[in-house]
Design a protein. Structure first.
Length: 149
């Protein structure tokens, strides 16, 4: 199964936010840690905010944070959101019985793939926090205090 870089960026963004929850995270920090384009991440963060996964704070001192607890966001739901047309079965007018059988097998494989991803949350994939923070170059960063609302 091949997923787009957009899905990869979305998952990495959510993981990064989970590691620093509830602090605000800057897009540039995610881009630097993963060596990926800031421009693409901005679009990704914007969409994740629209979909209710991130709270985005604009302006100086802004950033983003998880809008939901990491253990309530499944990898499967992010893949469905970010992979355009992923959950749609191809429609072939006048398909032969053999074509329909093949399509059915692909649908079953996709369902099995998503079922596995649905069993794992963002929290699950950030479980070894200290090791992951070191790998991302975050081990030395002090986590800023978050003002209470």
């Amino acid at each position: 199964m091949r997923l787009t870089s957009y899905t990869n960026y979305a998952l990495r963004t959510l993981m990064f936010a989970a590691l620093d929850a509830p602090a605000l995270v800057r897009v540039q920090d995610v881009a630097d840690a993963h060596g990926i384009s800031r421009t693409h991440l901005v679009k990704c963060v914007h969409h994740l905010g629209q979909w209710g996964y991130l709270d985005n704070v604009r302006g100086r001192g802004g950033g983003f944070r998880l809008a939901r607890p990491a253990d309530t966001i499944t990898v499967g739901e992010i893949v469905r959101r970010t992979e355009e047309g992923f959950a749609e079965a191809p429609v072939v007018p006048g398909a032969s019985p053999a074509d329909r059988r093949l399509t059915l097998r692909f649908e079953q494989a996709q369902a099995a793939f998503l079922a596995v991803l649905d069993r794992h949350t963002i929290h699950d994939i950030t479980f070894n926090e200290s090791e992951l923070r070191r790998a991302l170059g975050l081990a030395d960063l002090a986590r800023p205090a978050v003002p209470s609302a």
